[in-house]
Design a binder for this molecule. Structure first.
Ligand code: G1P
Length: 297
């Protein structure tokens, strides 16, 4: 499997006004645009033929990966390499926000009848293991489509697609019984929320063609998966690593802090700073001058 689709056409309204002109996928997580973390995962999983579905205000994504050779050379001298330099990137625009299901349907020509992966770049996943790599392996082993899930508090289920599951072929791998997009907490079949990673068969395009608008008046991918599940029997892979929903402000901040604390160069100084800030917070004087525990790197 080589083909993948990265839907990045959303308006990013949860981050307005920050994302009115700047795509949310380009907001930096420490020193890299958020979308690069997803590209890393695709590269690791060998999903190198990538269609990015963008929209009008998203040109910066295309520009970022259109690296002139002289910049690429200076970057290489400084040890900077973008995952996209090893991927074949294609771009296609969605004319207006019509939902995730519609964005995925635009990939039909790109996918050309093969099984393929979908990666939602808002969800930044930190392994090991590499989630997409595991999912490609699972799809190959069992010959079934796969989606990734994680447990969330019941109060958060209405922000996600949620799956009902039965015991599957092995620990951490469930059979999907049903899927519901953004259910009210009382209607949720479980607290297993869909993470933005899918391995899908090309038959999804037939289902998407006839898919009516769902929650929010948009064509929902989850609704199409629900119908496809009847004939294709999805597996739900419970990803054991960390998941940051960087489409939400709190998730974005959590990712920033954890990735900074683990950053190879920045990490030690940032952790020292964080510890001193926590002390000041606990002593009730967070506004006291920050000690100079870090230096520019
Ligand atoms: C989308 C999907 C949802 C999934 C979520 C994961 O929702 O529709 O099923 O749980 O991504 O991040 P969105 O975040 O676009 O509202």
């Amino acid at each position: 499997m080589r083909k993948s689709v990265v839907p990045a056409a959303g308006l990013g309204m949860r981050f307005w006004p920050a994302t009115m002109a700047l795509p949310k996928e380009m907001l930096p997580l420490v020193d890299r645009p958020a979308v690069e973390y997803g590209f890393d995962e695709l590269l690791h999983a060998g999903l190198t033929d990538v269609l990015v579905v963008t929209s009008r205000a998203k040109r910066a994504i295309e520009d970022h990966f259109d690296l002139p050779p002289e910049v690429a050379q200076v970057a290489a001298e400084r040890g900077v390499r973008l995952p996209s330099q090893d991927l074949h990137l294609h771009f296609r625009r969605q004319d207006r926000p019509r939902g995730l299901g519609h964005a995925v349907s635009l990939a039909e020509d790109h996918v050309a009848g093969e099984p393929f992966a979908v990666l939602l770049p808002d969800d930044v996943l930190v392994g090991p293991p590499c989630c997409m790599e595991q999912m490609v392996d699972i799809a190959r082993t069992y010959g079934r489509p796969v989606l990734a899930v994680r447990r969330v508090p019941a109060s958060l289920v209405s922000s996600y697609g949620v799956v009902a599951v039965r015991p599957g072929p092995r620990r951490g791998l469930h059979d999907v019984g049903d899927l519901v997009e953004k259910p009210a907490p009382d209607d949720a079949p479980s607290n297993l929320a869909i993470v933005g990673r899918y391995v899908l068969p090309p038959e999804i395009f037939d289902v998407l063609r006839g898919q009516a608008a769902g929650v929010g008046g948009e064509v929902q991918l989850t609704d199409a998966l629900r119908r496809l599940n009847v004939t294709h029997g999805f597996l739900a892979y419970e990803f054991p690593g960390r998941v940051f929903d960087t489409g939400s402000k709190i998730g974005f901040l959590q990712a920033t802090i954890e990735l900074a604390a683990e950053h190879p160069q920045l990490g030690p100084d940032f952790r020292a700073y964080l510890a001193s800030f926590m002390e000041r917070l606990e002593s009730g004087s967070p506004a006291a001058a920050a000690p100079a525990v870090w230096r520019p790197t």
